[in-house]
Design a protein. Structure first.
Length: 308
């Protein structure tokens, strides 16, 4: 009987000890942090998005070849679409901007103020974490007819692909941080189109009278900067510079857009946009309307924003 009790006690103590060990091991396992390998984490190859603004704006223009009043009230819309692909060392960025506005003018009645689309596609191959060898294409123009005004006289100055700019460039793409990118190319091909027959006969934008296009070869640089100052304030700018080797390379063409967006509620925001253009071949200004000029547009608006 004593031997039986001893054996039972031994098995009870052994079982309790084993159970304690199991519980301790389970506790240790539960406290471990499970780490996944970097290549085990799924990443998105495509990133897509849309940003749309509908604004009620006050606009002021100076030497604007696309037409419009010096001071006016308008309704405008801004659409931005983007799609970005990234895998290993390959990166492909696509961006489409479309601006459309209608003006209410006290002097000349209602009419279209300004429209513009800008399509950019850039393919790059990474040579280090901050640099890519890249190829860039850019198509920029407007959709509708535009006019400049001299007193009450209306002058027809622009239309779809009149002018239109198509640029193809291979170069170096530098991204020092997530906010800024710089693309440089010493050899860039650019075509300037004037497809409207009336404007073609005027010989505008560097295209010879009666012709529809002009080929240019030059150096090109574009700088893009996007900064989220705080969750409610975002600043975005783009600066394009082009020097035409074939004609007055010292006179650099400038195309610059600036947008400051301030969110005041979930859907309402205030935007301030400033565009600056200098085209040495846009000889529409000066006393005789035969000289190039610095074009300036400022647009302040209160509107509705949709983002996805």
């Amino acid at each position: 009987m004593i031997r039986l009790l001893s054996i039972t006690a031994f098995f009870f103590v052994s079982f309790a000890s084993a159970q304690d060990n199991i519980i301790m091991n389970l506790q240790k396992e539960s406290q471990k942090v499970i780490k996944l390998k970097a290549d085990a984490t799924p990443t998105k190859k495509w990133q897509k998005g849309i940003l749309y603004n509908l604004t009620f704006s006050q606009a002021s223009l100076s030497n604007w070849s696309a037409g419009g009043d010096k001071f006016s009230l308008s309704i405008g819309s801004i659409l931005n679409l983007y799609a970005r692909y990234s895998k290993d060392k390959l990166r492909w960025d696509n961006n489409f901007d479309f601006n459309l506005g209608y003006v209410n003018s006290t002097s000349l009645g209602s009419r279209k103020n300004d429209d513009r689309f800008d399509l950019v596609s850039k393919v790059g191959y990474s040579v280090n974490p901050k640099s890519n060898l890249a190829f860039l294409s850019n198509l920029r123009s407007g959709f509708f007819k535009g006019y400049t005004y001299s007193g009450t006289k209306r002058n027809f100055t622009s239309n779809f692909m009149s002018p239109g700019y198509l640029l193809s460039s291979a170069g170096w793409d530098f991204r020092p941080n997530k906010n800024i990118s710089l693309f440089l190319s010493p050899f860039t091909a650019r075509w300037v189109f004037v497809t409207d027959p009336v404007l073609s006969m005027k010989g505008l934008y560097g295209v010879k009278p009666g012709e529809n296009s002009n080929f240019e070869l030059g150096a090109f640089a574009t700088i893009n900067y996007l900064k989220e100052i705080n969750p409610n304030v975002v600043y975005k700018t783009k600066l394009d510079l082009f020097s035409n080797y074939r004609n007055n390379p010292q006179n650099i063409d400038i195309f610059m857009t600036n947008v400051l967006s301030i969110k005041i509620s979930k859907i309402f925001n205030v935007t301030w946009g400033v565009d600056i253009i200098y085209d040495d071949d846009a000889k529409l200004f000066g006393p005789n309307k035969t000289s190039p000029g610095l074009q300036f547009k400022s647009l302040i608006g209160l509107g509705i924003q949709f983002k996805k």
